[in-house]
Design a protein around this ligand. Sequence first.
Ligand code: LRH
Length: 487
Amino acid sequence: MKQNFFAVDLGATSGRTILGTFTESGLELKEINRFSNHLIEVGGHFYWDIYALYRHIIEGLKLVAHSGESITSVGIDTWGVDFVCVGKDGNLLRQPYAYRDPHTVGAPEVLFARISRSEVYAKTGIQIMNFNSIFQLDTLRRNQDSALEATDKILFMPDALSYMLTGEMVTEYTIASTAQLVNAYTRRLEPDLLEAVGLKEKNFGRFVFPGEKVGVLTEKVQKITGLGAIPVIAVAGHDTGSAVAAVPALDRNFAYLSSGTWSLMGVETDAPVINAETESLNFTNEGGVEGTIRLLKNICGMWLLERSRLNWGETSYSELISEAETSEPFRSLINPDDDCFANPVNMEQAIMEYCRTTGQPVPERRGQIVRCIFESLALRYRQVLENLCALSPHPIETLHVIGGGSRNDLLNQFTANAIDIPVVAGPSEATAIGNVMIQAMAAGEATDVAGMRQLIHRSIPLNTYQPRDTEAWDAAYIQFKNCIRPN
Ligand code: LRH
């Protein structure tokens, strides 16, 4: 019988549900619904609306039920680090804080007074970013947050949504690894780190790995959706974990760039790579599928454009890209990872201000801003790739760009030019594909990730970009390094 896998893929600016099916010609994906996901600002704090996300998932499930299609299983992946507090009675205690909330600014330094930075990094291998759950939890603890004080269980976003569908509480390994509370070697929650933020293992759900069953839809959910007792499978709950599982590579000699709100650039390894160099370069070791580790770096990605676009009404991405294409090259550059771009009130102004204070021409037109963003991202990719080449246990011959950003021809070409190796772009729906893959493996319809990658390679159109104008990009790289200011 035909098996349909229902993938819920939630990003920090938009979400979608997708029905994935294997046919003779390969993998078929049908988008069921797509919706935006907003940060909600209340009293200077930023939250997510988990109930709205839940409602969109229910809508998606209803649409499939009404179409008469069957669903074999459901899997949920989301952005990393954020979590929900659940009380003893099983109720969610408030809307979850969003990782761009400024309450964690300076939080790592406060925690490191009690447990050293090196110890935290040596255990987890996770790059220090102030929004990691460990720092969010410590901030809430110090602020005597009433929800945290009443918490019985902490559930990460995908696990919280699975709980709302099934009533079962789990802690899935890949999403938990982003919290900086998992030991990279034992692949379990690390008691010393939990203790440092006042928690115990009993404050988390049953620990599971990708492919394990969470539970089945509750009777209430069955009733409102018109579906049966369908299983919910723990996929790689972390979106980047799902996306990288779907890189259409035929061997190991590649780096990937998962391009969305963030640009995650790294390599896949069999074991954590945790040493003085990875620590000083602040590289991360996130948990992946089939025991793999993603040695990578977070780079501020399309966030720069998504946020700038808020000032430009409904201008389409293709219009903005063509305005960038006809703008002057290398007029001004920014460091995409400068702190000032984390959550500015006005991104366009923040970019202009950066250029002004670093003595560069201030971009005035939209096309100039977009060109500045794309060129700066491509040059930052080069910088991170240089570090990766030194850290990676295997050679890097190709860069696979996956995710929504892989549809951007101009940026793909800029990236190839900047890094001087070929860029292979696609699939743009890598995250949903990875999510479907894990469900298919759990259902016995696929055997392993390598086989699935071959199938994706065969059945999804990919575009290759060869490096061009490399001398001009070499000069621009020097210009880029000169414009970086300390964070
Ligand atoms: C990308 C992502 C990334 C995390 C960030 C919070 O969506 O999951 O891997 O670091 O969100």
